[in-house]
Structures are given as structure tokens and as C-alpha cells.
Design a protein around this ligand. Structure first.
Ligand code: HEC
Length: 128
């Protein structure tokens, strides 16, 4: 009887130990994963607004005419360094009314929401 009790106790201890260990390795695994994700994110675009802006840029098809970091079309000028050339005000003006640059421009005015325009401008300003 006694021996059985001890066995049961040992078994449950072993079980608890195994569980605890597994949980530990799982949590430390997630931490490592989170860290790498964060590192990757900060290497690319860290701010959610900038990420939204980049998405707006892609969704609106700006890249059919503009090049950023070697990717895109050549109808319009490269947007590399555009954040040094204009401030937020001027960029908004250009996006909403591209004719301010050139009355015969082929660039279409931006027609998305105010929020998307804001994010897009933030993204363009980050291109230094
Ligand atoms: C159909 C082609 C086309 C599309 C699409 C287009 N653009 Fe343009 N963009 C141009 C051209 C061409 C110019 C240069 C102005 C001119 O001479 O017409 C220009 C100028 C600009 C400029 C000023 C660049 C400078 O150095 O002065 C910015 C900023 C810009 N575009 C951003 C955008 C963004 C952001 C989008 C997407 C929302 C976009 N463009 C979509 C053709 C395009």
C-alpha cells in the first residue's frame, strides 16, 4: 500500500516536472520568436502608420510610375529621398493636385481617405 502511494506521488511529481519544463521551453520559444519579429520590423518599417502608408502606396499603384529603392516604373521621377525634398504640406498638395507640379501631368490625384493620405505622406517623408 505504502509503496503504491509513493509510486503515485513520484509519478505525479514527474508529470508536474515535465509539464513545467515544457511550458518553460514553450514560453522561451515564443520570446525568441517575438524578439526576432521585432528586430525584423525595426529593420524595415517600425511605425504602424508608415506601414499603412507603404500599403497605400502599393495599393494605389504609385509604383507603376515611380521608383523607390530600384522598384517601380519610370514614367514619374524616382521617389528616393523625396522626404528631403518636400515637407508634409507640399506632399499633400502634390498628391491631391498633381497639376501644381505640371499642368499636363499624367499623375492622377489621390482619391483615398484623409487617413490614408496622412499615412502615405508619413511614408513618403520617411524616404530620406
Ligand atoms: C500615371 C503615372 C503616375 C502615377 C500613378 C503616380 N504618379 Fe506621381 N508623378 C508622376 C509624374 C509624371 C510626376 C512628375 C510631375 C510631372 O512632370 O508630371 C510625378 C510626381 C510625383 C511627385 C513629386 C516628385 C518630385 O520629385 O517632385 C510625388 C511626391 C509623387 N508623384 C508621388 C506619387 C504617389 C505617392 C503616387 C501614388 C498615390 C503617385 N505619385 C502616382 C506620375 C505618376
Amino acid at each position: 500500500m505504502r509503496a503504491l502511494q509513493i509510486l503515485a506521488l513520484l509519478a505525479s511529481m514527474a508529470w508536474l516536472f515535465a509539464c513545467g519544463k515544457q511550458q518553460n521551453s514553450q514560453t522561451s520559444g515564443t520570446n525568441v520568436q517575438q524578439q526576432t519579429n521585432q528586430q525584423q520590423a525595426s529593420q524595415q518599417v517600425s511605425d504602424p502608420k508608415l506601414e499603412r502608408g507603404k500599403a497605400v502606396y502599393d495599393e494605389t499603384g504609385c509604383a507603376t510610375c515611380h521608383i523607390i529603392a530600384g522598384i517601380g516604373g519610370r514614367t514619374g521621377p524616382s521617389l528616393d529621398g523625396i522626404g528631403k525634398k518636400y515637407d508634409a504640406e507640399k506632399l499633400k498638395e502634390i498628391l491631391l493636385n498633381p497639376k501644381t507640379l505640371n499642368p499636363n501631368t499624367v499623375m492622377p490625384p489621390f482619391e483615398g481617405s484623409e487617413e490614408d493620405l496622412d499615412a502615405l505622406v508619413a511614408y513618403l517623408l520617411s524616404l530620406k
